[in-house]
Design a protein around this ligand. Structure first.
Ligand code: G3H
Ligand code: 13P
Ligand code: ZN
Length: 284
């Protein structure tokens, strides 16, 4: 079926009290693993392409892969731009057929973030593409900052209310203690802040940096209103684990298909586990 806007998936998730996984894709094996897992779980799914993915694969290749996968899929699939950096890039992705885009103005002052998000929404909404924005700064686990410094970057609930009212955005990514990449210790999520944000903002909430967040914390976040959960690092780990295992078993293997095939299987299994954790199995 054709790619569907993320907004449609999140509205259903809101009504059903579950979350939809948004999995980062960089090549054919990852795209196939995401759709295979979603079909095995009869779940809606979001594929997303980051700046790194676009640079690595090219916008045309990654989009062609996503479109082919969605066309063949028996479940609803969305293709989303992850952390879009500029108005021009977002427009380019819409032109290429993305069904959803993120404009990440989180590094801008509030008024400028509102302004660029509104400009994107003006165009995107006219062509049925949904829009995610970010408020607060979700850093990387490698960022060398103290807990206090990180907390200063968390989303302010009152700003979230102002932002949502001013933009009417379709999905809002918030900073509540997660970070991109592998965690050094166990991440501690600020659930009180999430609860406050959710009481002020009706928009579906997005959790970035969700790899490595304990299952119970993910479930609590969903209970408190998170509807889109971004996973990249765990997929990378599964891919590399699959490759390492096969090379260890068959060090003389020279057929890339016999190496990437098992890596794809490892990613599919991981993604299925996430889909079950997010509660979207059977919701296609
Ligand atoms: O948002 C962060 C994702 O993990 C993407 O990272 O730009 O290296 O693909 P990447
Ligand atoms: P992780 O790599 O930490 O799973 O984060 C993914 C993400 O938030 C992509 O936007
Ligand atoms: Zn992210």
């Amino acid at each position: 079926m054709p790619l569907v806007p993320v907004k449609d998936l999140l509205l259903k998730a809101e009504a059903g009290g579950y979350a939809v996984g948004a999995f980062n894709c960089n090549n054919m094996e990852i795209v196939q693993a995401i759709v295979d897992a979603a079909e095995a779980e009869n779940s809606p799914v979001i594929m997303q392409a980051s700046q790194g993915a676009i640079k690595y694969a090219g916008l045309d290749y990654i989009m062609a892969l996503a479109k082919t996968a969605a066309d063949k899929a028996s479940v609803p699939v969305a293709m989303h731009l992850d952390h879009g950096t500029s108005f021009a890039q977002v427009m380019q992705c819409i032109r290429y057929g993305f069904s959803s885009v993120m404009i990440d103005g989180s590094k801008l002052p509030l008024e400028e973030n509102i302004d660029i998000t509104k400009r994107v929404i003006d165009v995107a909404r006219a062509v049925g593409v949904s829009v995610e924005a970010e408020l607060g700064k979700i850093g990387g686990t490698e960022d060398d900052i103290t807990v206090d410094e990180r907390e200063a970057l968390f989303t302010d609930p009152e700003e979230a209310r102002i932002f949502a009212e001013a933009t009417d955005v379709d999905a809002l990514a918030v900073a509540i203690g997660t970070a991109h990449g592998q965690y050094k210790g166990e991440p501690k999520l600020d659930f009180a802040r999430l609860k406050k944000i959710k009481s002020l903002v009706k928009v579906p909430i997005v959790l970035h940096g969700s790899s490595g967040v304990p299952d119970e914390a993910i479930q609590e976040a969903i209970r408190l209103g998170v509807r889109k959960i971004n996973i990249d690092t765990n997929i990378r780990e599964a891919f590399v684990r699959g490759v390492r295992e096969i090379i260890a078993q068959s060090p003389n293997e020279i057929d890339p298909r016999k190496i990437l095939g098992p890596a794809k299987k490892a990613m599919t299994e991981l993604i299925q586990e996430k889909i079950r954790l997010f509660g979207s199995s059977g919701k296609a």
